[in-house]
Every structure is written in C-alpha cells, then in structure tokens.
Design a protein around this ligand. Structure first.
Ligand code: MCA
Ligand code: AMP
Length: 516
C-alpha cells in the first residue's frame, strides 16, 4: 500500500472532477475558479518536472512565495513526487533565508520573481541545483517549465515513516530547528480531524472552507488544506486576510479557521452578524490562546461557539474542544481533551503525573508526533522524556472532565498574531547593533496581536542609542512580525541576585502599554 499523503488526499477528491475545488476571493482576476481536475493535472505536471530533475532521494524543496493556488499545487506536487517540502514565511529576510537554506540544503528552491536575485544567490552558494520563480499571478519559471510536462503522474511510493515536510521553528537558544514530519504523521492527524470536526463529504451535503491564513505554517497549510482536500470540500481562497471580505464570504461557506487576531478583527466589523454567519457550521481557533472575552463576544454576536484547539509544528494537532457533542460541550479558555489516538499528560517537575487541577508540563505522544529535528539528534533527545513523550514546553492543567487549559509556557516564547517570536533571537540581533551593550525582549498583552514584542535596550557607556533607530535597523534584518512594536532605552536591566535578567518584572512594568 502506498502511504504517500498526496495519494490519500487525492482519494478524497469528489468523483466529478469538473466541480469547483478552489475559488479565489481576491486578486486581479477573482473569482478565479479551479476544478478538482485542475488540481489533479497541475500537480501532476509540477511533479513530473521535479521527477525530471534527477534529484537525490529525500531531496528538499524549499519554498518562499506569496500565497496562491499554484503555491498550494507546488506543495502537493512535492508530496506527489515523493520529495520533502520546506515552507518559508514570506516575511523572512535574507539572513533568515540564508540560515534555513544553509541548514536544510534543499536541492530545489522556489521563490517569487521579485526575490529571485538575492534568493538564488544564497541558494546557489549553498549548493542548491535549481532555483525557480513562482508569482501570485500564475507567472514564473516553475509553471513555464512544468507546462512542458505530462499531466499524468503516478504518486511516488512512500512508507508512513518517510519524510514529507520540514517545518522550522525558532529555538529558545540559538539556532532554529527543523521539525521533520512524515507522511504518516500528517495523514493520521488529517484523518482524525476529518472525523472529529465532522467534515461532510460532497455526498453528505459538502463543506466549504474559507481559507484566509498563510500557507507556510501548520495551521493554514496542513490543518486547513488537508481537511478540505481529504474531504473533497471547496475552498474560498483569500491571499490576504481582510475582515470585511472574509465576513461577506461566510454566506457561501460552512467552515472557518483562524488565529485569535482574525476573530478580534472581525468582531470590530458591524457586518459581523448572526445573519452573516447563518450558513456556517464550524468556527475553529488556534495557534495562540483565545481570550474568553473573544470567545463570549463571538457567541453573543454570531450565535456560534468557537471550537478552540491546540497544536504545534512538531505534532500538528493535539487537543480540541468537541464539535459533535454540540456547543454546550465547548469550554472557552480551554483547548479541550486530547484528540482520539493522541496521548497528552501533565507532569510535575519530578516527572510525576499531576492530578486534575494541578499545573505542570504538557507532554504528548502519538502517531502525529514528529520524528525529530533535522540533523540535531542531541536536541531531539533533549526534547523527549526517557519514556518517549515529547515535551511541548507548554504548561497547563487538566480539569476533572479531561479538558486541558494552557496557562503559560516554560519556553521563552512570544506568540504575536499567531506567529512565534523567540526573545533570544531578537536580543542577539539587537546586541549586535552599534552602541548597544545589552537588551531584553519580552511579550506584553496587545489587543490585536494577543501579545506584542517589546525591547528594553541598554546603550554602551558613552554611546547614544535612539529607540526609532533600533526599530529601523531591525527592519530588513529580521521578519517584520519579530520587530519590537516598542523599544525603551534604559541605563540597565533589572537583575536578580544571581545576575539573571528579571523578565517578569519587565513584563509587569510594560503590562498596560497597549491598553486601549
Ligand atoms: C503582521 N505584522 C505583525 C504580525 N503580522 N506584527 C506582529 N505580529 C503579527 N502576527 C506587522 C506587519 O508587518 C506590519 O508591520 C504591522 O505589523 C501591521 O500589520 P497588519 O497590516 O496589521 O498585518 P496583516 O498583514 O494584516 O497580518 C496580520 C495577520 C497575520 C493577518 C494576523 O499576522 C496572520 O496571518 N497571522 C496568522 C499566523 C498563522 O497562520 N499562524 C499559524 C502558525 P509594519 O507596520 O512595520 O509594516 S501554525 C501554529 O502556530 C500551530 C501549529 C497551531 O497550533 O496552529
Ligand atoms: P508553533 O511552534 O508555531 O507550532 O507553535 C506552537 C505553540 O503555539 C504551542 O506550543 C503553544 O504554545 C501555542 N498554541 C497553539 N495553539 C494554542 C492554543 N489554542 N492556545 C494556546 N497556545 C497555543
């Protein structure tokens, strides 16, 4: 049996391949409609192009392109051809891209035409054999080359353990780690979610997913796209989240997935009403904690109770509030019980299980859990317990019904608008700026992004450092979402008697910074 994830997704396509699979909601020629046959043929042609390149087994295909249906087809084609997909956030700047390409050593890199100059330079220096361009208007060398290939392609035979994708997650200290996900990890999770969230096949009346998330992370690429494809469900495709247009699209849809920021922004629109959401059956939230206020406000305004779930790049989805048991079974402020087939436990500092109500470290096990970090066996060992559980770095507690609440993180991580930011990385870039002695980066509450990045910078003796200059210097060096929303210049950082920077104190000091 072939365990290639593409083969399983393809098996979910409806019998009538000439129905609409994806309809674009924005962009110059919207609504542009793609049939299931278009996906079948387009992915075959790109897969055949990749197969013709004589790449070594396990070759990585790294992709940094704007969101487009063709970019989704490229992902599917990489799976189909049996290579390893490596998505990169479009916000990453050259130093970040240089690290990922240097570390993953992809045989193929695909980037937007406007970035081709600098990206290809980095890629060829790192030994990449092929660099193609792909733009969001269906132009670029990838599609030009693929057009010369057959639209028939047999998915490559792959076992469940074989690598399908590498997702880079920033590290608490130093280097980013590439989480290796297999065909089996992704397929088991997609199948679990299909049942758990009650996806309806076209024969069962069908679902329509509003897709407004980026496609370089687990949420938008795996959870959303796998769900729709495996189920033969149509997607209404936004290249960028725009609250009013997304609300207007709910009239033709049944399912929506978003990070909390998207829900907060839609709640600010008068057009969000019960009427606007009357055809919807399921609103899902995750990637960052949703405030109970947002959960309640959404229910009050739309009559729908959001299903909050919890996951990670290393594990895909872990827990979810119930869907089938009805809205009364969903508890705001919790991420629900473990998904079927996934094990989740909460342990104290001594490695003993915490009883319900007590806070401890969240650890997980299951067919969805990744194989390890790319070329980092040591780091991989550190992140698993002796008895084989993955340490999430999140801290939480179960209630007596088995619902998990995430209360914090043992890892020093800020989640801003659903994107992860590691303070250590930002501090090291700030510390390299001229005149800077040291810095501390913390996350503080933000009404739109949930948490916002704030930096406290200490100048070297005799040097003058301006806050706006720090911000300007960081833009272009690191992805925009990592750039601090505010920078404070201070003569020193608060330290405890051991000399450790007291970040808790800094967070408290700046707690109300973004209060409305
Ligand atoms: C954009 N900016 C941000 C963010 N996004 N700053 C902090 N945090 C962000 N998330 C910057 C912009 O570059 C800009 O900077 C300024 O903030 C204002 O941008 P704005 O126009 O408001 O942003 P936007 O383009 O509307 O984007 C906001 C967004 C986007 C739609 C919320 O961030 C987004 O799509 N987030 C979803 C992320 C996601 O999919 N995460 C899933 C990870 P300037 O003013 O300097 O130009 S997967 C995961 O976490 C796990 C596995 C899971 O459980 O799902
Ligand atoms: P990533 O590294 O991008 O995969 O982010 C994974 C992290 O996002 C998790 O370890 C959690 O800290 C956080 N996360 C995901 N979903 C939720 C949620 N529903 N509530 C709170 N935190 C979440």
């Amino acid at each position: 049996m072939n365990h290639n994830l593409f083969a399983a997704l393809r098996a979910g396509f409806p019998a009538d391949l000439d129905t609409i699979a994806i309809e674009t909601a924005d962009g110059p020629d919207a609504p542009h409609r793609y049939t299931w046959r278009d996906l079948e043929r387009g992915t075959a042609m790109i897969a055949n192009l990749l197969a013709s390149l004589d790449l070594p087994p396990g070759a990585r295909v790294a992709v940094q392109t704007e969101k487009s249906v063709e970019a989704l087809m490229l992902y599917l084609a990489v799976l189909r051809a049996g290579f390893v997909y490596l998505p990169l956030n479009t916000a990453y700047q050259s130093a970040e891209i240089e690290y990922f390409i240097g570390d993953a050593e992809p045989a193929v890199v695909v980037c937007s035409g406007k970035a081709f100059g600098w990206v290809s330079k980095i890629a060829f220096k790192a030994g990449t054999q092929y660099v193609f361009s792909l733009n969001d208007d269906r132009s670029g060398s990838l599609l030009e080359r693929a057009a010369h290939h057959s639209d028939q392609h047999q998915p490559a035979e792959r076992g469940p353990e074989e690598l399908a994708a590498i997702l880079y997650t920033s590290g608490t200290t130093g280097r980013s780690k590439g989480a290796m996900l297999s065909h089996g990890n992704m397929l088991s999770n997609a199948r679990t979610l299909k049942d758990f969230w009650g996806w309806r096949t076209p024969e069962q009346g069908g679902d329509v997913l509003v897709h407004a998330l980026p496609i370089f992370h687990v949420h938008g690429l795996f959870v959303a796209c796998h769900g729709a494809l495996l189920n033969g469900s149509k997607m209404i495709w936004f290249s960028k989240f725009e609250p009013r247009a997304v609300i207007a699209s709910f009239k033709q849809a049944t399912v929506f997935m978003g990070v909390p920021t998207l829900y907060v922004r839609m709640l600010a629109e008068d057009s969000l009403t019960r009427q606007a959401c009357s055809s919807m059956r399921l609103f899902l939230s995750g990637s960052a904690p949703m405030l109970v206020d947002t959960f309640d406000a959404w229910r009050q305004r739309t009559g729908h109770t959001i299903v909050e779930r919890y996951g990670m790049s290393e594990t895909i989805m872990l827990t979810s509030n119930p869907y089938l048991a009805g809205p009364q079974a969903r508890k705001g402020g919790t991420v629900g019980p473990a998904l079927p087939g996934v094990q989740v436990r909460v342990q104290d500092d001594e490695g003993q299980p915490c009883p319900a109500g007590e806070i401890g470290h969240i650890q997980v096990k299951g067919p969805n859990v990744f194989a390890g970090y790319w070329r980092m066996p040591e780091k991989t060992r550190e992140e698993f317990t002796a008895d084989g559980w993955f340490k999430t770095g999140d801290v939480g507690r179960f209630d007596s019904d088995g619902y998990l609440t995430i209360v914090g993180r043992s890892k020093d991580l800020i989640i801003s608008g659903g994107y992860n930011v590691y303070p250590a990385e930002i501090e090291s870039v700030i510390n390299e700026l001229p005149g800077v002695a040291e810095s501390a980066v913390v996350g503080v509450p933000h009404p739109d992004f949930g948490e916002a990045v704030v930096a406290v910078v200490v100048p070297q003796a005799g040097a003058t450092v301006q806050a706006d200059e720090v911000v300007a210097a960081l833009k272009g060096r690191i992805a925009n979402f990592k750039v601090p929303k505010r920078v404070f210049i201070a003569p020193e950082l608060p330290r405890n008697t051991m000399g450790k920077v007291q970040k808790k104190l800094l967070r408290e000091q700046h707690q109300g910074l973004f209060d409305a």
